[in-house]
Design a protein around this ligand. Structure first.
Ligand SMILES: C[S@@+](CC[C@H](N)C(=O)[O-])C[C@H]1O[C@@H](n2cnc3c(N)ncnc32)[C@H](O)[C@@H]1O
Length: 247
């Protein structure tokens, strides 16, 4: 069994991650994306968690399809959509296998989810994204940076009922995020592949996509307990890669 078959279900059910209402950061991201696209569009989100971004984007007029594998999170997303009186298409599916219309979406978004498998899995997913993009469309892809995660041990934000540890696998270049429940029910860990922009360009070869631009992401200061949403790329936990069809 792969770690992702259980990690997100436990993270949601036991730690409540992604089960809240829409955070202002989701509204801000939806607004930034809308401005970048020049207006509402046909938008596909992969690994949409509890639907906070999907609903925020639908509230701005986007026609949203959201793919989320975990039943608890898909049903939370539907409840959130109902509460906010919008109708995104929430599909409880696996983004590695879901069937979606080709050449259809102006934007394919993947927030805080990329890097779950091995490089070949990532390439397969990127090629699928390329196939779903309408002409002129863009992929917005959150990518974890090796430099942040290589020094992230001891830097994890804590949650009630758990000890949370960050770590790094230097050989596989993967961030490690471990939850140890206080009740002794056994730890669970996610392990995401990290890529510099140069590594991402190599990964993209043969997928039909190219790196056009990037937005540096944020950084967490554990001493101050403060999240800064945008820092220089060399300090950032992640960046959003903006990908276009290769010409
Ligand atoms: C770290 S969460 C991010 C959620 C959301 N995008 C956000 O930014 O808050 C990753 C999400 O991807 C989902 N996921 C992981 N693998 C998936 C797959 N193969 N197909 C669909 N969803 C998947 C998980 O269930 C989880 O909700």
């Amino acid at each position: 069994m792969h770690w992702s078959d259980t990690f997100y279900a436990r993270q949601a059910a036991e730690a409540g991650v992604n089960t809240a209402d829409i955070h202002p950061s989701s509204h801000a991201l939806a607004a930034r994306l809308t401005a970048h696209l020049g207006g509402p569009s046909r938008l596909l989100e992969l690994g949409s968690g509890g639907g906070q971004f999907a609903v925020a984007a639908a509230l701005l007029g986007h026609d949203v399809t959201a793919i989320e594998r975990e039943p608890l999170l898909a049903s939370h997303s539907r409840a959130l959509a109902q509460k906010h009186e919008v109708r995104p298409d929430i599909q409880q599916r696996d983004f590695f296998t879901v069937k979606l219309p080709a050449s259809h979406y102006s934007a394919v978004c993947c927030w805080d989810t990329f890097g779950i498998g091995e490089d070949d899995d990532q390439r397969r997913l990127l090629a699928r994204m390329a196939g779903w993009l309408a002409p002129g469309g863009r992929v917005y892809l959150d990518v974890y940076t090796p430099w942040y995660w290589a020094q992230a041990a001891g830097n994890a934000p804590q949650l009630p009922g758990f000890t949370r540890d960050y770590g790094f696998d230097p050989d596989g270049c993967r961030m490690l995020d471990t939850y140890v429940p206080d009740d002794g029910s056994g730890p669970f860990t996610q392990s995401l592949r990290c890529y510099s922009p140069a590594d991402l360009r190599l990964l993209l070869e043969g997928t039909g996509l190219q790196l056009a631009d990037l937005w540096p992401g944020g950084s967490y200061d554990v001493q101050a307990g403060r999240w800064t949403p945008e820092v220089p790329l060399e300090q950032a936990m992640s960046y959003t890669a903006i990908l276009l069809a290769r010409s």
